[in-house]
Write a protein that binds this ligand. Structure first.
Ligand code: GH3
Ligand code: MG
Ligand code: MG
Length: 310
C-alpha cells in the first residue's frame, strides 16, 4: 500500500555496491509503496533483471564485476522496455551524460540529499512507462479492429483476400493442397424476420464460435459479409475437406439456438473449391467456391457442393 492507501506494485531494481546508499534509497522508495529489489553489482543486478519483469532500474556507475555503463548497454541490447536511472558521484557527471546518450532515462547525483528530486525522477519514469504500455495496448486494439469483424470477432473480408494469397504461395512452396469453403446461412432473412435482428446477431456469433471450436487452429475463418463465412482449410485434400464441411453442417443443423427465451434451428449451405485441383489462382478459386455455393442453394440448400474437377 502507498500513502494514498491504494495498491502499488511497480517493481524497481536498485543496484549499488554501497549498502548504506542502497538501504537508504530502498527505504525511501518502499515508503512510497514500490516493490524494491536490490543488488550489489552489475552481474547480480542483471541476473535479477533477467528473472523479474522490472518497471524501473536505478543503478550506480562504479561497481565491481560489471559497472553501470555495461549494465545499461546490456539492458538496452536486450530490447527490454524498461527505463534506467543512473546514480553517480559529482565527479562523474560527464559519465552520466554519456549514459544518457547510451539510453539512460535520467541521472541523479550522489549523495541524494533532496528526496523530492529522487521521487520526481522515479515517478516521471514510471508514468512514462505506464503511458507507453497504454499506447501499445491501444495500437494492438486498433490493429485488431482493422482486421476483425466486430460482431463475431472473426477476421474480416479484407484479411481473407490477403490470407488467401499467402496460402496460395505457401501451398505452392511446400506443395500442399488446401480447401476453400464458402458458407451461407439458409433463409437467414426469415430468422431475422421471425425472431428479430438481435436474435439474428446472436446466431451469427454462435455460428462463428461453433466453427472456431470445430476447426483446427491452423485453419482460418472469416466473416465474408452478412451471413456468409469463409474458411481456408490449410493442408487439406478435397476428400478431407468434404468430411470437414459435412461435419460443420451437421453440428450447426443439430444446434438449438437459444436467445432471450426464443429457440430456433438453422441450416447452412457450403460451396467448396480446392487448390490446386480446381485452380491455382485466387480469383478463380473464389469464383468456383461461390458458384458451388450457389448450386448448393439452388438444389435445395442444407448441403455441401464442391466445384467440379476440370
Ligand atoms: P438464402 O438461403 O438464399 O441464403 O437466403 P437468406 O435469407 O439467408 O439470404 P439473403 O441474402 O436474402 O438475406 C440475408 C440476410 O442477412 C439479410 C440481412 O438483413 C441479414 N444480415 C446481414 N448482416 C446481418 C447482421 O449483421 N445481423 C443480422 N441480424 N442480420 C444480418
Ligand atoms: Mg443466406
Ligand atoms: Mg447471403
Amino acid at each position: 500500500m502507498n500513502p494514498k492507501g491504494t495498491e502499488m506494485k511497480e517493481k524497481i531494481l536498485l543496484i549499488d555496491d554501497e549498502p548504506e546508499i542502497r538501504d537508504l534509497l530502498a527505504e525511501l522508495l518502499k515508503d512510497e509503496g514500490y516493490t524494491i529489489y536490490q543488488a550489489e553489482d552489475g552481474v547480480n543486478g542483471l541476473e535479477i533483471f533477467k528473472n523479474e519483469d522490472m518497471d524501473l532500474v536505478i543503478t550506480d556507475v562504479r561497481m565491481p564485476r560489471k559497472n553501470g555503463i555495461e549494465l545499461l548497454r546490456e539492458i538496452r541490447e536486450s530490447r527490454a522496455e524498461v527505463d534506467v536511472i543512473i546514480l553517480t558521484g559529482q565527479s562523474d557527471e560527464a559519465t552520466a551524460i554519456d549514459c544518457l546518450r547510451t539510453g539512460a532515462y535520467d541521472y541523479l547525483l550522489k549523495p541524494v540529499e533532496d528526496i523530492d528530486i529522487l521521487l520526481t525522477a522515479v515517478n516521471r519514469a514510471l508514468q512514462k512507462r505506464t503511458l507507453e504500455k497504454q499506447n501499445k495496448l491501444l495500437i494492438t486494439q486498433l490493429e485488431d479492429m482493422a482486421i476483425r469483424d466486430p460482431l463475431t470477432g472473426l477476421y474480416n473480408m479484407r484479411q481473407f483476400y490477403s490470407y488467401l494469397e499467402e496460402e496460395i504461395s505457401r501451398s505452392a512452396r511446400y506443395e500442399h493442397g488446401f480447401c476453400l469453403l464458402f458458407l451461407d446461412i439458409d433463409h437467414f432473412k426469415q430468422v431475422n424476420d421471425t425472431y428479430g435482428h438481435l436474435f439474428g446477431d446472436y446466431v451469427l456469433k454462435k455460428v462463428g464460435r461453433i466453427m472456431t471450436s470445430g476447426l483446427r487452429s491452423t485453419n482460418k475463418l472469416f466473416r465474408y459479409g452478412g451471413e456468409e463465412f469463409v474458411v481456408i482449410l490449410t493442408e487439406t485434400s478435397k476428400q478431407e475437406g468434404v468430411l470437414i464441411a459435412d461435419r460443420l453442417m451437421n453440428t450447426i443443423r443439430e444446434q438449438t439456438f437459444n436467445y432471450e427465451e426464443q429457440q430456433a434451428k438453422i441450416t447452412i449451405s457450403i460451396g467448396g473449391a480446392t487448390y490446386p485441383e480446381h485452380s491455382t489462382r485466387k480469383n478463380e478459386l473464389i469464383k468456383l467456391a461461390d458458384k458451388a455455393l450457389y448450386k448448393a442453394k439452388e438444389s435445395g440448400r442444407n448441403r455441401c457442393i464442391f466445384a467440379e474437377n476440370n
